[in-house]
Design a protein. Sequence first.
Length: 124
Amino acid sequence: MTKEEAIEALWLEMEPDVYITRRQFMAGLEDWETRLLEIKGVPAMVTFIKGPEFHFASLNTGASVTLGMMRSEFASVIGKHGFLTTKTPVDGYDRQHRLNRKIGFKVTGQDEFFVHYRLDAPCP
């Protein structure tokens, strides 16, 4: 699977739940650095980085991403910007909120749609 194929797979998964077109989705990713992470040759997730903002999406291929792998991904952004930010939808993402806290993210705010997080250094 290429990075482009992974992003297309994400679009197909998201399409029923979003109110944008495929073209708008792809255009929204133009300014983001995207990387495909594989585990033993199996695509595991795609990361999205823009400045200090970091997001990732699991590809649900059965390849498990470890906290150590996530910390490694975070380290390059923190090394460059001194911190890392992310946001998680307010409702329906309890597992992601727990993971954010476990990794060491601190809540910096909340709006109608998202809880905003900041990470200065990942937990050991």
